[in-house]
Ligand binder design. Structure first.
Ligand code: NAD
Length: 368
């Protein structure tokens, strides 16, 4: 299925743009592969910021349903006054197809398919066949190191991780991860796009599984399961404690700023005694395995760590969206130093400079 499209290289129709971001758009044509939960909100984010978007999805049912989903996210942005333009007009800049060749004009393609190394490698292979050698290819993987995605690629230097957080059209989060073969110039292009989308990107100069937030979140999840499985506290008690402690300050300050704010030496003393007692298990917690084997997916099918009726599950989804907008508004009142993001230039080695010069020659030749 192909929906209508209209080129918009100026990127002027969206109001979700970051006023502190660069004035020059790094791209007007973006591609997204995989129109599931994240792909849909990433498409909404790109459209709201003025880009023309081509989305590729393998499942024909999802191809049919995706426009309604994206439209509803855009309407939400409009209701929150984060979008000036009419969502239906914006939808004209979206094309959804099952055919990868529709991506050929994309200056950046974000893959958002299932979290499986082989599936992602195959998708990247197909993207590379469709696009030009200078197109940035970002993987929205949760944890797969981009170096693993660069293996056997035609142009590994333009492949990197672009890790979004759900709901991607609202959150400020973005991690840009360089694989071993990524050239800095592509990380910088991804950074420029991130800022233009109103994100506050973080750069990972080295490729580590899980990146920043997932490494830290999964350490927390392991301990949360440990506390429940060893009978220290119930699921609801663990949730309540974290919401009211960590949840109270984490939008304001990261862990290091928080230690500065609350006195560093005490943390050193606690670490000495507590670290040896924290869970270090390398297995998936049995409670998690049982739940997944029972078919539970969470609010998506109203079966999770808590019981839901279908109506309650839908209410939780809506409340989460509303809360995301509220947190976004609150966080904007307390920006990082100078109200802008930090980082964004990537140091280059001599070999990076040589490879970039060769690559620029190749891009010039391919664009005639
Ligand atoms: N869900 C989150 O909160 C979240 C957060 C950060 C990162 N991620 C990552 O984003 C990616 C997608 O996650 P999701 O939650 O959107 O999953 P999802 O299952 O909702 O969506 C995946 C989509 O990819 C499509 N797909 C699969 N193979 C394809 C192919 N070969 N060509 C085209 N389309 C294909 C599927 O049909 C589906 O629509 C995963 O790598 C996940 O780890 C998810």
């Amino acid at each position: 299925m192909t929906r209508s499209r209209k080129s918009n290289r100026s990127g002027k129709s969206g109001a979700g743009r970051n006023p502190t971001g660069p004035q020059t758009l790094i791209c007007g044509n973006a591609g997204v592969v995989g129109m599931g939960l994240m792909g849909s909100s990433i498409v909404a984010c790109l459209l709201a910021a003025g880009h023309t978007v081509v989305a590729v999805e393998a499942d024909p049912v999802r191809v049919r349903k995706a426009p309604r989903q994206v439209l509803s996210l855009l309407k939400g942005l409009r209701e929150e006054r984060l979008l000036r333009s009419d969502p239906r007009r914006i939808m004209r800049r979206l094309t959804i197809s099952q055919d990868y060749s529709a991506l050929r004009q994309s200056q950046i393609v974000v893959e958002c398919v299932t979290e499986d190394l082989n599936v992602k490698r195959e998708v990247i292979r197909r993207i590379e066949q469709a696009v030009s050698p200078g197109t940035v290819i970002g993987s929205n993987t949760s944890a797969i190191p981009p170096t693993a995605l660069q293996q056997d690629a035609l142009h590994p230097e333009r492949i990197l991780g672009i890790h979004w957080a759900e709901p991607a059209h609202i959150t400020r989060f973005m991690e840009i991860i360089c694989g071993e073969g990524t050239l800095p110039v592509y990380a910088e292009r991804a950074f420029a796009l991130a800022r233009q989308l109103g994100k506050e990107p973080s750069l990972l100069r080295k490729d580590v599984r899980g990146f920043i937030t997932n490494r830290i979140m999964y350490a927390m999840l392991r301990e949360a399961f440990h506390l429940v499985e060893s009978g220290v506290a119930s699921i609801a008690d663990v949730d309540r404690s974290l919401r009211n402690d960590l949840g109270y300050w984490i939008t304001f300050a990261g862990p290091f700023r928080f230690m500065d704010l609350t006195g560093i030496p005490a943390y050193c003393a606690v670490m000495r005694d507590l670290l040896p007692e924290l869970d270090c298990s390398q297995q998936v917690p049995p409670l998690m395995t049982r739940l997944v084997e029972s078919g539970a997916q969470g609010v998506a099918n109203a079966r999770g760590f808590y019981d839901y009726t279908p109506a309650q599950a839908r209410r939780w989804e809506k409340r989460f969206l509303k809360f995301s907008y509220d947190v976004r508004a609150l966080a904007r009142k307390y920006p990082e130093k100078n109200g802008s993001c930090i980082g964004g230039t990537v140091e280059r080695t001599a070999s990076d400079k040589q490879r970039e010069a060769r690559k620029q020659g190749l891009e010039r030749r391919s664009t005639g």
